[in-house]
Design a protein around this ligand. Structure first.
Ligand code: SF4
Ligand code: SF4
Ligand code: SF4
Length: 288
């Protein structure tokens, strides 16, 4: 079995070139960032930007999904669309997702984003380049970094490397490895010369894994609410299954026999006011 892997980002080595952002966009076929009226900064995480680099207290800090060891998003998802792999990545299956956005509410770092602009929206976030890991490659962002500010490897070895740097240059680093214990540990680790608490988006996640708290909170929700939620999930699954079968049947028929036409995609999805609130609350400025 593969040992748990991780990404270590050293903000003191980052020059803010955003080669990691560009590589991520290429790897995931992400379009240019949208300029949205309700967004304060174009360089924050979004459905078209799985990683970003922000200027904070004189250092460049790269943000992405932290790939928590015990992810709150996974425990909050009622249909198992998010899963934690034993080698580190937290991956997402859009075919299972029913669009409830519980993962967005559960994530302590405000990471998952929603494709509000799409007629059939999905959740979007960094996948730790799981398909590349399966091919024995490094994450694209790591491979692209010209200063090795962000590196990839066994989580235990990267933790040892982070502590070695902190010991060797105490004047350069805050004596904290972000992600070592936060919310029970994460598979993305950060070290820096300045505090990075702004990444918590005004919350105090602590060291305790969040899934236990998620279920403690759910246990206080009246049974009727959970039952209605379960019914909605079941109804959604059946509807989705019927739609898939209908699609498969239509594909199996010759064009003339199916009698169907493609529908133009619509718009008018609600806007993500939460992204704007999070961006305003991060306390860091964009550098573009
Ligand atoms: S940072 Fe958020 S989205 Fe990423 S694994 Fe943790 S809880 Fe899930
Ligand atoms: S690990 Fe892959 S998906 Fe995640 S930020 Fe890096 S390039 Fe993007
Ligand atoms: S590629 Fe490396 S140096 Fe450039 S912004 Fe990304 S992490 Fe920083």
């Amino acid at each position: 079995m593969t040992k748990p892997q991780a990404i270590l980002t050293d903000a003191t080595k980052c020059i803010g070139c955003e080669k990691c952002v560009d590589a991520c966009k290429r790897e995931n076929h992400l379009p240019d960032d949208l300029s949205r009226s309700w967004k304060v900064r174009i360089d924050s995480l979004s459905s078209t930007r799985f990683t970003t680099v922000v200027r904070h207290d004189g250092e460049y800090v790269r943000e992405q999904c932290r790939h928590c060891v015990q992810p709150a998003c996974v425990s909050a998802c009622p249909v198992g669309a998010l899963q934690k792999r034993s080698d580190g990545p937290v991956v997402y299956d859009s075919d299972r997702c029913m669009g409830c956005r519980y993962c967005m509410m559960a994530c302590p770092f405000g990471v998952p984003r929603y494709e509000w602009e799409k007629a059939v929206p999905h959740i979007k976030k960094c996948t730790m380049c799981a398909p590349r890991l399966d091919r024995g490659l490094q994450p694209a962002c790591v491979e692209a970094c010209p200063t090795h500010a962000t590196i990839f490897g066994d989580r235990d070895e990267l933790l040892a490397e982070a502590h070695r740097r902190l010991r060797a240059s105490p004047e350069r680093y805050l004596q904290t490895v972000y992600g070592e214990n936060d919310v029970g540990g994460t598979s993305v680790l950060l070290i820096a010369g300045v505090p990075l608490d702004f990444l918590n988006r005004g919350r105090a996640p602590g060291d305790r894994p969040l899934p236990s708290r998620t279920w403690a909170a759910l246990s206080k929700v009246p049974t009727i609410v959970l039952a209605v939620g379960g019914l909605a999930a079941g109804t959604w699954w059946i509807t989705r299954r019927r739609m898939k079968l209908a699609e498969m049947n239509a594909e199996a028929l010759p064009d003339s026999a199916s009698g169907t036409e493609a529908h133009p995609s619509g718009d008018g999805a609600p806007q993500d006011s939460r992204e704007a609130v999070q961006d305003k609350g991060s306390g860091s400025g964009g550098h573009r």
